[in-house]
Each structure stands twice: as C-alpha cells, then as structure tokens.
Design a protein around this ligand. Structure first.
Ligand code: EPS
Length: 388
C-alpha cells in the first residue's frame, strides 16, 4: 500500500526474533535507539497484559542502513529478539528434527493443537495454508509481530519529527467503561494519558477500567475497547481526491483496520456524522489576520481524502482478544469432534497496546504520503522541497 517507504516484517511469536526491512527512507534521518525502545516499552505496557510481557523487554537492534546514527538511504533492517524463544527452541526449531526421539516429540506435541479458537485466525488459516498443527497459524497471526511494526513506526516518527509532525494515542473505552471527561488541549490529554497504566487521560475512569479488567480476568474472559490517535502539524494536501487509492482517510483506515482485533476505524466524529445535519457536521472555514482557521474539527483533519491542516484524529475499535481462559465451543479439526477452544497464555485486555500500534501504523502512512508530496533522497532535500 505504501509507495515511497516500503517495509516487510517477518518473525513468529515464539521464534528467534522479529525483523523488518524498511526501504525508501531518505538519508540523514537521526536514528535514536532510545526513542525506538521507548515506543516498544509503551506497546508492552498496560493493565491486563499477560505473562509474556513480564518475560520480554523488547529492544531494537539496527542491523543495516544506518551509519554513525543516521540513515544512509540504504534499506534499514531492524530486529527484536524474542527472549521467550529460549523456552521454545525445539517446538519452534527451523531445522528438521528427529521425530523418532521421544523427548523431542513430547516437546513438540506439548505445543501443538488442532482446536481452533473462535474469532482467531486458526480455522481459516489452517484451511488456507493446509496446516494441521494450528501452532503454525498462531505463531505468525499472533499480535506479537506488532512489536516490530512499532519499531518501524518509531523510525517514521523520527522522520516526521524533522518536520514538526508529532502524534500520540489514548484509550477512550475499555469494555463498558467509557471516558466521558476529556481535558481541553491535546497536550493535556497526552500528558495525563501517558501517566495512566491504561493510557486513559482520566484517573477515575482508569480505575473503573481496571476494575472491569479484573472482573473479566476472574471470569476467564477478555475485553475490547476504543482508542484515538492524533497527529498535529500535518501540512495541507497530504493524500488526494483524484483516485480512490490515494485518499488519505482510506489509506489510514486500511493501515489501522488490519491490526489484529481491530474491527472499526473512524475519522473525526466518524459514525457520529450519521445522525447530524450537514450544518452541524462540517467545520466552518474562517479567516483572521489573513490566517484560515476552524473552530471545530469534526472532519478529523481530512477533507476530500486530503489533510486540511487541522489535527488528524483517528478512532479505532478493538474486539476482545479471542483467546479465552473459559473457552467457547469449538471443533477439533483433526478428530472432527465437538470440544472446547484451545487456551494458551494471553492478555485479558490489550487496547492500550493496540493504540500504540495504530499510532505507529499512522506514522508510517503519514511519512510515506509526506514523501510522496515533497520527495527527496536526503533529509536536506526533503526539507528544501518542504520549504519551511
Ligand atoms: C503479544 C501479543 C499476544 C500475546 C503474545 C505476545 O499475542 P496473541 O495475539 O497471539 O494473543 O499473547 O504472547 C504470547 C504469545 C505468550 O506466549 O504469552 C505481544 O503483543 O507481544
């Protein structure tokens, strides 16, 4: 989907590592590992996470494309090691193994399963790729791969920072608990949500959300929720109306919709626009001292598929994670008998992590579209084209 900055990732949840190769970055971008690792830390945090996050301390290793702390224009290769791999060396071995060895067979069988979890990729994935052991589906469909995407997003953020474009995300709903008080400025929302274990900008709401997560955990259940991603200082005219696949809202929606468990993406007031008349939906255009401005931002910073200079506001809805301690009815696809879904260590709620992933994916799209408009092979050249 991206045009200038292309990237691919690889890696399994319990494999050796996660990798990304990013192509198309201009030279001269300062690569700050501390900044990238802080983004990774944010993705790992959140109340209601499972045991895995206690095992891992995600840290990026830049393998290529960077010299003396700056991109050279060559593809950038990133890697995050899975610490838990130590416990999965045999079940996740890439080499052939001796299946006649009883101990090896036991270790592999221990991690194999054939009962698909409703709501997960297990069922369709096993049929699509002709995989009998659903472990092969789980390992790549797992949201673990979003760790390396956040690292890619952090690199995009470092590029955007050179042009004053900055973003953040916050959680607005967990289960039935909705945020109904929002501070007046984005600076305050950011500051307060960064202090919350659930990235929620209101303390009381955070407490209620935590209680709801505790209840779900006790019940062997999981919870979804909603989050918001906001980017400021985008110039006017990123994206386009001339072709369907160039509309900024459409591209961003695809990038966020494809995060595991995301079921809806909205821009600005989103679905709220359906029951209001046009006079209350559209943001009047005003001028003061020759400067064009708006008093509202219902459009969420996008009109006609292009950025309009107002803050970009995206909303995402995440469904509850499908791995349930109290499992749903499911079918053993090997034995073809009714049984209960497979359970393995998972999170009760991962909405704050999802918000960070959405923030990263949005950064990649904005950086890509920014380069599409201004172009350049070095940061100096892009700055010259940008002209401010
Ligand atoms: C993880 C996301 C979740 C975690 C995973 C790490 O993956 P999934 O989408 O498969 O539920 O459960 O951790 C484990 C698989 C584990 O062994 O605990 C992440 O965001 O890093």
């Amino acid at each position: 989907m991206t045009k200038n900055i292309r990237f691919l990732t690889s890696g399994e949840s319990h494999g050796k590592c996660l990798n990304a190769i990013i192509d198309g970055l201009p030279s001269g971008i300062k690569i700050d590992n501390g900044f990238i690792n802080n983004e990774l830390r944010k993705r790992q945090s959140g109340y209601g996470r499972g045991g895995r996050m206690k095992i891992e301390t995600d840290a990026v290793e830049v393998k290529s494309g960077v010299r003396f702390g700056k991109t050279t224009g060559a593809p950038v290769c990133l890697e995050i090691k899975n610490i838990d791999y130590e416990n999965w060396r045999i079940p996740m071995c890439v080499d052939e193994v001796d299946f006649s060895n009883k101990e090896i067979l036991r270790l592999i069988a221990d991690k194999s399963f054939t009962t698909a979890r409703p709501g997960h990729a297990d069922y369709a994935g096993s049929i699509k790729y002709n995989l009998e052991d659903l472990r092969d589906v789980l390992e790549r469909s797992s949201a673990r791969k979003t760790a390396i995407e956040v690292a890619v997003g952090a690199v995009a953020k470092l590029f955007l920072r050179e042009f004053g474009i900055v973003g953040f995300s916050h959680v607005t709903q967990i289960g039935t608990v909705e945020l109904d008080f929002v501070p007046e400025t984005y600076t305050l929302i950011k500051e307060k949500s960064e202090k919350s274990v659930l990235r929620c900008c209101d303390e009381l709401t955070t407490e209620k959300m935590k209680e709801e997560i505790d209840r779900a955990k006790e019940d062997g259940d999981t919870l979804g929720g909603k989050f918001e991603v906001i980017y400021s200082n985008l110039p006017v005219g990123i994206g386009s109306y001339v072709q369907w696949d160039r509309a900024l809202d459409g591209i961003l929606a695809q990038a966020i919709m494809s995060i595991p468990a995301v079921k809806a993406v909205e821009v600005g007031i989103g679905t709220g626009a359906a029951n209001l008349p046009g006079s209350k939906v559209h943001d009047g255009i005003k001028i003061r001292n020759g400067v064009i401005y708006r008093e509202t931002n219902n459009a969420g910073g996008i009109e006609g598929g292009m950025s309009n200079g107002e803050p970009l506001v995206l909303k995402g809805t995440m469904k509850p994670i499908p791995t349930l301690r109290k499992p749903l009815p499911a079918v053993d696809l090997h034995k073809k008998v009714q049984t209960e879904a497979h359970f393995e260590r998972s999170d009760t709620c991962a909405v704050p992590a999802c918000a960070i992933v959405a923030e990263a994916r949005a950064a990649i799209i904005i950086a890509d579209e920014f380069l599409q408009k201004y172009g350049g092979d070095s940061i100096e050249e892009v700055k010259k084209h940008y002209g401010r």
